[in-house]
Design a protein around this ligand. Structure first.
Ligand code: CO
Length: 134
């Protein structure tokens, strides 16, 4: 069911410093910061030949990654995103198998303007998983 690894997301305490590190030290192609107020984050996408890295920084009050950065002040891997062909079919298969979808179970529009869902990390070996319709 899952397809390509769409991205790995890293929560970072300093978005400008992390962007500069990926651009200047690691020599990657780094995009401009994008505010995603619906998700409480500012994101920077880094294009790699086989996937993307998504740098995440809290935006506004009650950001879902603020607590993560409090627990991991120097940053850390926050989630990984797998592509699926049909997000509703994926959700139904997962919930039928007992996996928990975060929120109300309805896909939201993600940073790539495509429908996304998040799965409970306790159901997936401690990894927060995002599914994105490809
Ligand atoms: Co993501």
């Amino acid at each position: 069911m899952i397809g390509r690894l769409n991205h790995i997301a890293i929560a970072v305490p300093d978005l400008a410093a992390a962007s500069a590190q990926y651009r200047d030290t690691l020599g990657a192609t780094v995009g401009a910061p994008q505010d995603e107020p619906d998700h409480g984050v500012t994101v920077v996408f880094i294009d790699l030949p086989n996937t993307k890295i998504e740098l995440l920084h809290p935006l506004g009050e009650g950001s879902p990654i603020a607590a993560f950065l409090e627990r991991n002040p120097s940053g850390g891997i926050h989630h990984m995103c797998y592509e699926v062909e049909d997000i509703f079919a994926a959700r139904d298969r997962l919930t039928a198998s007992g996996a928990r979808v975060l929120g109300d179970g309805a896909p939201k529009i993600g940073a790539h303007r495509k429908p996304v869902l998040f799965l409970h990390p306790k159901d997936f070996n401690g990894c927060l998983i995002e599914l994105e319709q490809s």
